[in-house]
Design a protein around this ligand. Sequence first.
Ligand code: SAJ
Length: 446
Amino acid sequence: MKVISRKPSSLIDSLPRTPIATKKGTVAVVGLGYVGLPLLLLSEAKGFKAIGVDTDRAKIDALKNGQAPEITKTEMARLRGNKIKLSTSAGILKEADIVVVCVPTPVHEDHKPDLRPLKSATLSVAKYLQPGTLVVIESTVNPGVCEEVLIPLLERVSGLTAEKDFYFAHCPERINPGDREFTVANIPRVIGSSTKESGDRAEGFYRAILDVSMLTRVSLKEAESVKMVENAFRDVNIAFVNELAMSFDKLGIDLTHVIRAASTKPFGFMPHYPGCGVGGHCIPVDPYYLIDYARKNGFSHKFIKTARAINNQMPAYTIKRLKAALNTVGKELKGTKVALLGLSYKRDVADCRESPAMVIREKLRQAGASVIAFDPLYTDENTYSTLEETLKEAKVVVIATDHTLFRQLKPETLEEHNISILIDGRNCLSKKTFAGSSVIYRGIGR
Ligand code: SAJ
């Protein structure tokens, strides 16, 4: 496992080496999804007494049976072994010295921030908050949410005063779902606090569980801003190449070759890749939190908003590529059987939140196409169960998620099923191998 390490700065050198929290050593994690569960397991593995709280009874029952996505057999045994307390009831939080909140922060249909899950979790924490407890928020929030929403809520309901009776810090999560190299244990973290004491206590906790020395200390608003900036940075860079893709499709230039060649520049260039859209619970969501907060404070973001608009139009652009390919053979989309390969938002990940593939499926249906969808990691009432049966019925194929299974698709497989068109929404197949086949290949930006 690659451990990132750097000689800590003099400030960090002066910090107490013995993590303050381990004096009593009980950590409670509220929200046991792809962020909270790994943190809970890591805390327990590093010697803390661990408590997991989630409102989802089915999830708690599954965890008690050692069932959860992407955990090791050892972790399953530890969950089953009752060493980790798991509950849907927040009352158990009374036992914790440290409470870490890891719940989703989605947006509403109109892209306005939806803090309901976070407020509800914070309310549960407040109801059972004990003096001396450290509260850490890992959920992604825009600047101002900690000081203007969460701390007042904790104080009002608990009757305790922040920085006097309890400690508070914000340490934005940096989990990359599906990443086996960068994990909760080795990703550097940023810790925001309004006082040194709270920051020290939070740093003591993270030092006790993480294999990294790079823990950067900033203010609460700066920590909230770090995550917003990280993810808006990624969104605008993806929008940049998506706009280039639409331009280069007109110019007949293969953008993927251009990006690969530009990446040979060892400085000043960071490759991103065009595709059928931007999904997930982070990249397409977090910029809206920043846009909304800036608007409320008198600034209207243009560039970040434009990037969101460009990325949001990529599902429609992908269908436009399909329509254009169908037109070259005198066909139209209405009535065409389309195999949609992939529904999740990211390669080899089962999560469909904000997935562009779902938008493509809906738009294909609205255009009168008959959609046959298949995803090896996701099923619903309208999905097929195998790639074979999906291809058997289809006339054209759209790849919306570059799952490993789809990256092995060969032109001859499509020819065997009389499939005439392939739209590669993730540019994950070799255009060259299709050149010699009867299958019309179109990518995004190539
Ligand atoms: N995507 C592109 N082109 C790219 C990169 C991604 O179209 O060049 C699309 C993906 O297909 C996906 C969406 O954007 O639909 C998001 O992809 P992602 O790789 O950013 O995946 P996420 O959402 O899991 O992002 C996480 C984020 N981690 C956190 O928020 C803590 C993000 O900050 C990381 O940069 C990202 O992982 C990562 O680097 O993989």
